[in-house]
Design a protein around this ligand. Sequence first.
Ligand SMILES: *Cc1c(COP(=O)(O)O)cnc(C)c1O
Length: 365
Amino acid sequence: MSPSLQINVDKIQYNTATIVERCRRQSISVLGVTKGFTAIEQIVQAVVEGGVDGLADSRMENIIEMRDRGFHLPITLLRIPRLSDVLNVIGYVDTSVNSEFTVIQALADAARTRGRVHQVILMIDVGDLREGLLQENAFRAAVQTAKLQGVKLVGLGTNMGCFGGVLPSTDNLGLLVRLTRAIEHRLGSQLEVVSGGGTSSLLLLENGLLPSGINQLRIGEGILLGTDTTNQRSIPGLHQDAFRLQAEVIELKEKPSLPIGEIGRDAFGNIPQFVDLGNRKRAIVALGRQDVNIEGIWPLTAGITIIGASSDHLILDVTDSETDIRMGNEIAFGLTYSGLLSASQSRYIAKVFIGGRYDRTNTGH
Ligand SMILES: *Cc1c(COP(=O)(O)O)cnc(C)c1O
């Protein structure tokens, strides 16, 4: 059997609905972020049925596919638009996040020629140092944007926990809210959106510490995996096992744990290190670095460890496996966000849907 990504759409819908409800109690809308699974249709459907207010993705290819498949919710583009791509952005996206005035001007020009109004969220860098205007430049950018025809400044946003690993806090999100209020004062009009980050902001929400005024979160990881990597936690009340990866055992042998012969570099240029544990029972499964980011998966069976991987072979030590492993068995793995990202876009991994209307539907995606 091909390796497969088993996707429980009911659990994804449940996670979505749970997060949406928690947010709604505090008057916060939720964008379902689809980039972590390349916007696979059945998963988008589960997220939509979970009640999100809009969808969001970083890739135009995913967004165009969602539109072509008939998803009508508002869509936000989460990566600064490419100057070379503004016509597409105007055509398919309701709102984009921005930090470069040149791009905003180009969006405005393109929108005017199409008789449209494109919505702009200005990204503010409150410390993580990925995208965004520094606070001292936010006023000028907001005033200039508000003057343009073809775009509408709908609010401010920030991103955290990505490049610098900076955690969202009452301080840095409070700063975003204060900046929004000050800009509203200058413009003499209200801004609709104060977008306070992604999954890593849910901890503040759960503890009642999210500054009032934040009224939108953009959630990917929490919905999909029920985890919050930035804060190193499982999110209470959510499913952590909506996804699992399965691959088949193609060799099963006792072998020494130390390779025999002179050690050079492995296929990826690294010098491997080994500890002599005597003879061990090893299984090779038909899965490799070409399919998935191996660092982003772990065996779900207790006692099995990953000891190495090349492009097409994943090598496991199954000596202490809790269940008996046989030739032809499938071994199951859990996935992190990066594991999920890679597995969902591999054309070698079949996507198998469980639950919803899709029970066992298999697509090559
Ligand atoms: C990916 C992304 C998100 C979603 O982050 P999660 O941690 O998966 O919730 C939110 N906002 C922006 C700008 C992103 O790029």
